[in-house]
Design a protein around this ligand. Structure first.
Ligand code: PHE
Length: 522
């Protein structure tokens, strides 16, 4: 109000230090006053009611010692004043002087009074040499106390600062002009038209804040794909461009038969333990598979066959029809391969199996006059394992799985194929290490060189499916099937530089991170 009224009367405020704040008797020269004026200036200028310029000043204030000098005189003046004039009375000894003016004043004041020629020695004592003195220090400090500075200049100020009698203080003052929306009313404009204003009619007399059409809008947020979905799409495209068909993988719940037995995983295998597999408690049991196929599978396990001696361990129907959460998508691959083979035997199979062999041309062997057609199949879906969770393991994750069936496939074909597949994912340096899977022989673990980690990391598992798995399904003896699997999470974490899986999946995921994560490009 003070600023607006002053501007209204004088149209300009040349120096805000001359304003007199209501309730104060002197002009607003102090720093505190100027700071509170600045607050008002900012608020008024943000509403374009005024415009102002800032001026920097440095001023000086007295220290406690400086204040004392203004009151009692400088140390040297105090020393001078207690001494007798030369020849008039007994000179004061240093000890007597200390007693009279105190240690500090005696020490500092003596030196300066000598230098000024005010006092001198007589015998062992001190006497006045002049009848009058001009206490310049006190006079200068008085000037500083009232004006904040000294006319005589910076040299003296610097000396007084060094003597710790004054300190420098930075300050600001302002010149103020009217702004384009100048008015003497400080009522804040309304920002909203409310129901109350409408019913009472008060809107008629209100001033409203103008819309700021230049303001940046609030960014709209839309859906965002999770990194796993983006990488899944990339990998799916690699499969599709290589002529693969996507297998149906919607059944998360499988039987022990399809998850393990059909794959020739022994019924006593540790992977089937409760510690590794989640079993379903209700319902507990699966419907029985096709009886002839079931018999061939249980036979090859218990007694052998198809040139294999089998495991020669008792077969348990109970173990086979337990329901569980699939531990790998190879359970789905087994379903698919069984259907392909059943079609060969002329059996009726559910759904259109043709679409899965369409597009897969045999490159290695001529047709043999039977109905076998090569197939290239893939899936990317979720699997479940009873894992201890840590930075790299969750109880559910995604598997990328590929299966190729053709006559006369070799291990070299598998290795060559893996190199092409991984290079399409941007992984050029791959190595293979002999491994063991119950359902493949030979089996190979796949390692890729990780340039950021500067070491080889395992990226997948692969192998040639065993005859004990393929022949009970009904595949001709010379049909070979190879397959491989990898997790979707591992390449996604590498790609996005994530080192804890819990920041990729689960309640600790940052939605912002997901929204801002870049699109994938292999
Ligand atoms: N099922 C294997 C796994 O879970 C991957 C695999 C698939 C291996 C097909 C060989 C053949 O690791």
């Amino acid at each position: 109000k003070l600023i607006l009224d002053t501007l209204d009367a004088h149209s300009e405020i040349k120096d805000t230090r001359f304003l007199v704040i209501p309730g104060q008797s002197t002009p607003a020269t102090s720093n505190e006053d100027q700071i509170s004026i600045l607050g008002a200036l900012n608020s008024l200028s943000s509403r374009d009611m005024i415009a102002y310029e800032t001026h920097e000043v440095s001023s000086h204030v007295l220290t406690a010692e400086g204040d004392l000098i203004v009151k009692d005189g400088s140390h040297e003046a105090r020393v001078w004043s207690v001494l007798p004039a030369k020849g008039q009375g007994a000179p004061l000894t240093p000890v007597q002087l200390k007693k009279q003016v105190g240690d500090e004043t005696a020490k500092v004041g003596q030196g300066r009074a000598f230098k000024n020629g005010w006092i001198g020695k007589e015998g062992d004592g001190l006497v006045k040499l002049t009848a009058d003195i001009k206490d310049v220090t006190k006079i200068d400090l008085e000037e500083i106390a009232s004006t904040g500075t000294l006319k005589s200049g910076e040299k003296v100020l610097a000396d007084l600062r060094k003597r710790k009698l004054i300190t420098q203080k930075k300050g600001q003052w302002f010149t103020v002009r009217k702004g384009k929306d100048f008015s003497t009313s400080t009522a804040k404009p309304e920002t909203d038209l409310t129901v109350d204003m409408l019913t009472s009619g008060s809107w008629k007399n209100s001033t409203f804040k103008k819309y700021n059409f230049e303001a940046a809008g609030i960014p709209t947020s839309g859906g965002a794909l999770h990194p796993l979905l983006k990488v899944r799409e990339e990998i799916r495209n690699i499969f599709l461009e290589m002529g693969f068909a996507e297998m149906p993988t919607s059944s998360f719940v499988e039987s022990g038969f399809w998850c393990f037995d059909a794959l020739f995983v022994p019924q006593q295998h540790p992977a089937r333990d409760l510690q590794d597999t989640f079993y379903i408690s209700d319902p507990k049991h699966a419907l029985p598979p096709e009886p002839e196929y079931y018999k061939r599978v249980s036979e090859v396990h218990e007694h052998g066959g198809f040139d294999s001696m089998g495991y020669r361990a008792p077969w348990s129907d109970e173990e086979s029809n337990k329901l569980l959460l699939r531990t790998h998508t190879t359970a789905s691959s087994a379903h698919m391969l069984y259907k392909l083979a059943a079609k060969l035997r002329g059996e009726k199979v559910e759904g259109d199996i043709e679409e899965f062999t369409h597009g897969a041309e045999s490159t290695t062997a001529p047709a043999k006059g039977d109905d076998f057609k090569p197939a290239k199949l893939f899936s990317i879906d979720r699997v479940f394992r009873n894992e201890t969770m840590d930075a790299t393991h969750l109880a559910e994750f995604h598997q990328v799985e590929g299966v190729v069936a053709d006559r006369g496939l070799t291990l070299a074909a598998l290795i060559g194929f893996m190199r092409v597949f991984f290079s399409k994912m941007g992984i050029e340096r791959v190595r293979f290490k002999p491994a063991y899977n119950p359902y493949t022989e030979p089996s190979l673990e796949i390692f890729a060189f990780h340039p950021m980690l500067d070491r080889w990391v395992e990226v997948g598992n692969s192998g040639m499916f065993r005859p004990e798995m393929l022949e009970p399904m009904g595949f001709p003896k010379d049909v070979r099937v190879y397959g491989w699997g990898l997790s979707l999470e591992r390449p996604t974490m590498i790609r996005y530089g994530i080192n804890n899986i819990r920041t990729l999946v689960g309640h600790k995921v940052s939605i912002e991170g997901i929204e801002n994560s870049p699109a994938v490009m292999f």
